[in-house]
Design a protein around this ligand. Sequence first.
Ligand SMILES: [Zn+2]
Ligand SMILES: [Zn+2]
Ligand SMILES: [Zn+2]
Length: 282
Amino acid sequence: MKNTAFIKILGIAQDAGIPQCGCVKKCCKSKWKSPKDRRMVASIGIVDQQAGKSWMIDATPDFKDQWQMLSECQKNNDIDGLFLTHGHIGHFTGLINLEKAVMNSHLLKVWAMPKLDTLIRNNLPWRSLVDKENIDLIKLSNKVPVAVSNSVLFTPVLVPHRDEFSETVGFVIQGPNKKILFLPDIDSWDEFNEIENILLEVDHAFVDGTFFNGNELPGRDITKVPHPTISTSLKKLLPFADKVSFIHLNHTNPVLQENSVEFKMVVDAGFHVAKEGDLLFI
Ligand SMILES: [Zn+2]
Ligand SMILES: [Zn+2]
Ligand SMILES: [Zn+2]
């Protein structure tokens, strides 16, 4: 089939973005004065050119710029819906931009798992989006595919993550030619054996690369940090290296620097680091 659908990387950072609020350490210091070195919070857009439609995964604190970036991919400058992974601040609070004081959208489709659906329906300011019909909130079910056009399907997959506010899902997106996985947050690969089967099945995967290793968190036990480190993933996911891009990078992560030893280790092992603005046909 022709290349008629693609993924666009809209952001690669952990929930706080880069630079991180209040950080004046080496990792962020120069970035405050250099807009080109800033990175937006992890999100991807999916565009089906044949259907003339597009969708975004997650509504991040950088929603404004990401909406603009994605809508410029379409003649009608419109976005047809949002899929949410979970209820942590970097992944859904951008919904605020749909409110009356900003876009005042009308029944924009927003797909979320049941607990996140309940959180949004019952708590201000999100509740008013439902009450005022800015959004049409639709419940997802684990592993039940949602067909958004003739050739694009989104399937949520539950993953272990500190689920104090909501469940957490990754999404498998099936396009006309390829399948991809978007999984920005997960506690560990050990609690998610399914990852190997999913990686066998997909053509490419964007996975949690929050921290490179424990050196980024002096004084903390890295085994208690609820993310697989990149150095763990380099071993665990090695058979699938060419399919894997790391995303959701913390401001302290050395792979953000392309001249770092750590970046070289990732690339030399055959893996990739996701890049804002990149396109991947699906
Ligand atoms: Zn996150
Ligand atoms: Zn920093
Ligand atoms: Zn999270």
